[in-house]
Write a protein that binds this ligand. Structure first.
Ligand code: GAR
Length: 204
């Protein structure tokens, strides 16, 4: 059984879909939900599902990312995770941290990477006139939002979309995609999956 830690910063809706899926024949189990934000709503939700939680507040560390990540590593290492899922974790991780957990970190990003790494993805997709948007699960490397893609889900962009309406449509698909990719990843499967709103098909 693989041990999975989930890192969050906010509401944790993706974390919840992952935690809820990790039962029965799933090859992984949640061992920790860790937040850099003491007020993250996801912490209580995880605790209510019986998952251990921890907080490493980044603010006391100021600009000292290394010290923040040392503390993060200390807490993570105590739980010996095989897989770390970033799920709305809004701190950029340094190459030192990423290389420490190389091959074991996944992230979900609300765009069809390589389009729109970074922030404000939905606004940027609308402003660019894109007709399609979506989300990506990728392995985390030292290139921001640039690691190998292991799953994408696509949604249409509608003519009257706002960043908020598009974000909501994409989030629904994040909740389908991330659990599916984690299940496969924990079983050793790295071939990318692509989901559309009405069908799913592995890429050959
Ligand atoms: C999700 O849309 C996720 O893709 C995004 O933050 C949201 C978190 O929601 N992540 C990023 O933007 C990472 N750069 P959640 O807390 O409800 O899962």
């Amino acid at each position: 059984m693989k041990r999975c830690a989930v890192l969050i910063s906010g509401g944790g809706s993706n974390m919840l879909t992952l935690v809820r899926d990790m039962t029965g024949d799933h090859p992984a189990r949640p061992v920790l939900v860790l937040s850099n934000n003491p007020d993250a709503g996801g912490l209580e939700k995880a605790a209510s599902l019986g998952v251990p939680t921890a907080v490493v507040d980044h603010r006391p560390f100021g600009k000292d990312r290394e010290a923040f990540e040392n503390k993060l590593n200390e807490v993570l290492e105590a739980t010996k995770p095989d897989i770390i899922c970033l799920a709305g974790f809004m701190r950029v991780l340094t190459p030192v941290f990423v290389n420490r957990w190389s091959g074991r970190i996944l992230n979900i990003h609300p765009s069809l990477l390589p389009k729109y790494p970074g922030l404000a993805t939905h606004k940027r997709a609308i402003e660019a006139g894109d007709t399609e948007a979506g989300c990506t699960v990728h392995e985390v490397t030292d290139v921001l939002d640039g690691g190998p893609v292991i799953g994408q889900a696509k949604v249409p962009v509608l003519s009257d979309d706002t960043p908020e309406s598009l974000a909501a449509r994409v989030l629904t698909q994040e909740h389908r995609l991330y659990p599916m990719v984690l299940r496969r990843f924990a079983a050793g499967e790295r071939a990318p999956v692509v989901l559309s709103m009405d069908a799913e098909s592995p890429i050959n």
